[in-house]
Structure formats: C-alpha cells, structure tokens
Design a binder for this molecule. Structure first.
Ligand SMILES: [Zn+2]
Length: 223
C-alpha cells in the first residue's frame, strides 16, 4: 500500500519558491479520477488492511486551498483523506517557512477543520508551531506533540490518531514521545511503501510533485 503526500492544491503564485509542492486542481482531479478508475479505495488510519487496492491520501500543513480546491474533487469521487494541521496556526499562515518560500499561504481555520471532520475526513497533528522536533528542548518537543493532540481533541470532539513529523525530522526519542502521547501511527517524508516502513511510527510516503504527468504519478504509486 502507498501513502501519498500532497501540500498545496492550487496554482503557485508567480513569486513563490518550491512551486513543485503545488499540484494544480485539474491535475489533482485527473489523479483522483485515475485512482478510482483503477479500483483503488482511499482509506483512513483505522481502515488500513494493507490491501494492494488501498491507498492513503495525506495533506500536510492544512492549507486553506484544501477546502476550496481539493475537497470538492475528493467529494465528487467519494475519496477520503488525512489532513495534518499545524494546531497553533489555524486561520493564520505558514509562519515557519513563509520567508524562505517567499509566500504567505493561508491555513484553514477551526470552522473549516470542523467542517472537514463532519464530512468524514481525518485530522492528524502536525504539531503546534511546525518546529524541527529534534532541534528543540525535549520538554518543548513533548508539549508540541502532546498538547497539539489534546487541543485538536477538545476542539473537534474526535480522537486524534495520527501524527506527521514537520520537515520529516525525528529520532528514536521523538518517536517514543509520539507513541507515549497516544498516537496510533506517525508519518515521515521518507519515500517508500507502507510495507517498507520500519514501524508504525515511521511510515514512508510518496510525495506527489506538481510537475508529475499522469504516467509519472501512476508509476510512483504502482511501483
Ligand atoms: Zn509541514
């Protein structure tokens, strides 16, 4: 089984750096349509059965363009997804890398996140402030991991089962903190299949880049 990673579903602004993290909505629709045509079933974290025909769609950072551009397409094709939100920045923008990327990307607010929960989407934690977890004091890392789960659960009234490491940055200790906080699984930025992952707290994924044409996309999740 493959876990796909998306960031923005939108057209990149002229001056934005790292444009490859933007998948335009038309391309995104072709990808979802293809998945469905091939008989793939999009599953959430508690539905994983490692079937070759299962796939998990994940969206990092919780950008507002998910609601505007990705949601209608996923709804149309009856597809589910996990969205990893930066809990302390809801309704704000990508404070952690806007200077580097030269663009302020709006993040979903609580109303939008609640709406997605009511529509059957899964929300996971991407910490409170999107730090490099191995580069901050352990106490702070622990709070980023634990408190983000608690805040999400209080606000949304559902159990938060999944975690995603900002920048894919983690080590054994961080992994333990995530497990101790009660998350059921955690996702990395390492490339590979679900089965190739060393354990459930370092799940490998496949990033879908904006320049992929449909054959490349197909190759990435089939091979
Ligand atoms: Zn991120």
């Amino acid at each position: 089984m493959k876990v796909l990673t998306y960031h923005n579903i939108d057209y990149p602004p002229e001056n934005a750096k790292l444009k490859s993290l933007y998948v335009n909505p038309n391309k995104f629709e072709s990808q979802i349509k293809l998945l469905k045509k091939l008989g793939f079933q999009t599953v959430l974290s508690d539905e994983i059965n490692k079937s070759k025909k299962n796939i998990i769609l994940t969206f990092d950072d919780g950008y507002r363009d998910f609601v505007r551009n990705a949601y209608p397409i996923l709804k149309k094709y009856n597809a589910k997804a996990i969205i990893f939100v930066v809990v302390g920045l809801t309704g704000k923008y990508n404070l952690w890398d806007w200077e580097k990327l030269n663009v302020k990307k709006p993040l979903m607010d609580w109303e939008e996140i609640k709406f997605l929960v009511s529509e059957g989407f899964e929300i996971g934690s991407h910490t409170i402030t999107h730090p490099y977890l191995t580069k901050i004091p352990e106490k702070t890392a622990k709070a980023e991991i634990e408190d983000s789960k608690k805040i999400l659960e209080d606000k949304l009234g559902v159990e938060i089962k999944t975690f995603c490491y900002p920048y894919g940055d983690y080590n054994e200790r961080i992994k333990d903190l995530v497990a101790d906080a009660g998350y059921k699984m955690a996702f990395t930025t390492q490339e590979g299949s679900y089965e190739e992952s060393k354990d459930i707290y370092q799940i490998k994924r496949i990033t879908v880049f904006g320049h992929y044409l449909l054959p490349q996309f197909l190759w990435k999740f089939l091979v």
